[in-house]
Design a protein around this ligand. Structure first.
Ligand SMILES: [Zn+2]
Length: 235
């Protein structure tokens, strides 16, 4: 009875609060759209974001037992949001914990189908630029830092150089890691667009693994990637 009394007495206040919340939501969306519309972004490119692995293929397992596929997906989704915020169009290869295979019964056949599908998706995007997100792992736990691998297609090496140097400038200070050709990486060898594979860090290094799992560090990584990407596009 008491609730009914308050509901009756303050109905106008509740209504006003509801409308304000609604306006705030619409306003936030508008702000993002306005920022995107006014940012000096080249709108001729679509950023294709590939969260490596997924579904039955978890990729590497971190030193605390987290599958690489999940960290890749978290970073890929944040990267998509950041790209939208500044005005880039995106194409996501996956947005949930799935493999994108269309045929095959064994794990190996599904994996092969998954890779062929990823190639198909990338090559179907006109003016696409591929950013494939992965995490590194090594037997010796002391290694850390990001490393970029590039496809043999036109523009990939230049994009890779921009990304690697932005990483060294911003979060891997003092690192002398150089980007490398993505030899033997099926996706990178079959795409017809500029593309890079970003190994964001080492899941075998406890300190870096903890950072790679944190939202703040993931956002930092995405800022570095978008900034390197913008440098490449505007060069
Ligand atoms: Zn991987």
């Amino acid at each position: 009875m008491k609730y009914a009394y308050y509901l009756k007495k303050f109905w106008l206040l509740y209504l006003a609060t509801g409308i304000l919340c609604l306006l705030a939501t619409i306003g936030a969306d508008r702000t993002v759209t306005t920022i995107a519309e006014h940012s000096p972004i080249d709108r001729n490119h679509t950023i294709i974001i590939d969260a490596g692995h997924g579904g039955e293929d978890g990729g590497a397992i971190s030193c605390t037992g987290m599958p690489e596929s999940q960290i890749n997906l978290q970073i890929a989704l944040r990267l998509r949001d950041l790209c939208h915020l500044i005005g880039y169009d995106t194409c996501m290869i996956r947005t949930s914990d799935v493999s994108v295979y269309t045929e095959g019964n064994s794990l190996a056949a599904k994996k092969a189908s998954d890779l062929r599908q990823r190639v198909k998706i990338v090559n179907a995007v006109d003016n696409g630029i591929l950013i494939s997100i992965h995490q590194n792992i090594f037997a010796d736990s002391r290694y850390d830092g990001a490393q970029i691998f590039y496809a043999p297609t036109e523009g990939s090496k230049a994009l890779s150089d921009q990304l690697q140097s932005t990483f060294v400038e911003c979060i891997n200070k003092g690192s002398n890691r150089k980007c490398k050709p993505a030899n033997g990486v099926y996706l990178m060898q079959h795409i017809e667009r500029p593309g890079v594979l970003v190994e964001c860090g080492f899941l075998s290094n406890p300190a870096e693994e903890a950072k790679l799992r944190s939202k703040d560090y993931q956002l930092k990584l995405c800022c570095v990637i978008v900034s390197g990407l913008s440098r490449y596009i505007n060069a």
